[in-house]
Design a protein around this ligand. Structure first.
Ligand code: DQA
Length: 152
């Protein structure tokens, strides 16, 4: 059990590859999904990779993570990072490992991006490493699960 790594992507991330490429790079969301799939290829973990432009849908998906099959949640909440108490509240209800992820370094950009509402609920944060961040976040979830098994 405990095999699914849920990866949630928020608003405008469907436009990766066309959107502000100087900030987010040239990889599309499908490219990121492929990278994630490859990262778990020879492991027991599976990726559930989703994107939505709707806050309520993201909240709903976060709530689904209390399912015992979910080994961890990686969330790039896009601009909802900086606005959404609803997402924070949803994340706080989750018992699974949570990694907050951003392609860009939100601390090197506009001031309004340097506050994240959701960090309070995250085990860890990865930002500024582009697509490498997705790989590292998956590796972190796998390691956190191994630690948990060792502790038992
Ligand atoms: C982002 C950073 C956010 O500030 C922004 O609104 C995004 C993408 C990132 O991945 O760098 O949409 O989460």
């Amino acid at each position: 059990m405990n095999k699914i790594i849920m990866i949630l992507n928020g608003p405008n991330l469907n436009l990766l590859g066309q959107r502000e490429t100087e900030v987010y790079g040239h990889k599309t969301l499908d490219d990121l999904k492929d990278i994630c799939m490859k990262t778990v290829e020879s492991s027991i973990f599976q990726i559930d990779f989703r994107q939505s432009n709707y806050e309520g849908e993201l909240v709903q998906w976060v709530q689904e993570c209390n399912n015992s099959n979910v080994a961890g949640l990686i969330i790039n909440a896009g601009a909802y990072t900086h606005t959404s108490i609803a997402l924070l509240d949803a994340l706080k209800t989750q018992k699974t490992h949570i990694i907050e992820l951003h392609l860009s370094n939100i601390y090197r950009r506009e001031d309004y991006r340097s506050h994240s509402f959701i960090s309070e609920a995250a085990n860890g944060i990865i930002c500024g490493l582009g697509s490498i961040g997705y790989q590292l976040a998956i590796e972190a979830i796998i390691k956190l699960n191994q630690e948990k098994t060792k502790d038992k």
